[in-house]
Ligand binder design. Structure first.
Ligand code: BGC
Length: 256
């Protein structure tokens, strides 16, 4: 695409880990090691900033470097502000996060929701490339993130991990995220029953053309996707847990 720089840096802030890498924007491949540090306990803004700095330092990216930088965050992101905080400190609610990172890192960033950028990565370089109609990408991790993409165009901040399950009294991510499987020591079969409820409900609400499943657990997709009975095709994210890094970098590259 015109205006694309060849490389950009993507940093994906999650509830459990903060990951970063340098990305080739032509192919969507990582051109550096993938660096990961634990998300600091409590995920307070200052601590998260320090962890992002550590990732960038390890990657050898410094303030003077003008490689575009994209940062993905696990919350609603509107006009540079974080508006929710499901798995991070409440201090992020209503916080001018984009400016906070830009001031703290001494450089411009592109700032967006983590699942949304994973959706962008899969549309540009992965499982949803060339897909027409409605694609619904979900990330199954500490929480559940969602990206709604229609004919290649993202509708941001859908937050479908927070659909409520009346029987359970909590939201979908508390019941069916990968963290719920770990927390409740579920077998793949038992977890798949919860996912069946979740994807069956999404299918009824949206009638998508394709489901893409991301998050670290997508590398074990063969253990649980075949157990789901859906009318919609459901596939793992090609870029698995790197989709957030790649999408954040891709969007940062667009800005230059
Ligand atoms: C957050 C979303 C995020 C998802 C995955 C949810 O708890 O509300 O914004 O995309 O977790 O990290």
């Amino acid at each position: 695409m015109a205006g694309h720089k060849r490389q950009a840096v993507g940093v994906d802030i999650g509830g459990t880990g903060i990951k970063g890498a340098i990305v080739d924007l032509g192919s969507g491949e990582l051109t550096s090691d993938r660096i990961k540090v634990a998300t600091p306990k409590g995920a307070q803004p200052e601590d998260v900033l320090a962890a992002v700095r550590e990732v960038l330092d390890t990657l050898g990216v410094d303030d003077a470097d003008d490689t575009p930088l994209g940062v993905a965050f696990p919350a609603i992101v509107k006009d540079g502000r974080t508006l929710s905080a499901a798995n991070v400190s409440d201090k992020w609610i209503g916080f001018e996060a984009e400016k906070f990172f830009e001031d703290g890192l001494g450089r411009d960033i592109h700032f967006a929701n983590d699942a949304d950028v994973a959706g962008v990565a899969e549309v540009r370089y992965g499982a949803a490339k060339g897909q027409r109609g409605l694609t619904l990408l979900t990330t199954l991790g500490t929480g559940i993130g969602s990206a709604l993409i229609y004919n290649g165009v993202l509708v941001p901040n859908t937050e479908l991990g927070h659909l409520h399950r009346a029987k359970h009294g909590k939201d979908a991510e508390a019941y069916a995220a990968y963290s719920a499987m770990e927390r409740d020591s579920l077998s793949w079969e038992a977890w798949a029953k919860r996912l069946q409820w979740y994807y069956g409900h999404l299918e009824f609400l949206f009638t998508p053309d394709l489901f893409v499943v991301g998050g670290g657990v997508s590398k074990h997709a063969d253990q649980f996707l075949p157990l789901l009975k859906l009318n919609t095709r459901i596939v793992p994210a090609v870029h698995r847990n790197n989709a957030g890094i790649i999408g954040a970098a891709a969007l940062a590259g667009d800005e230059r």
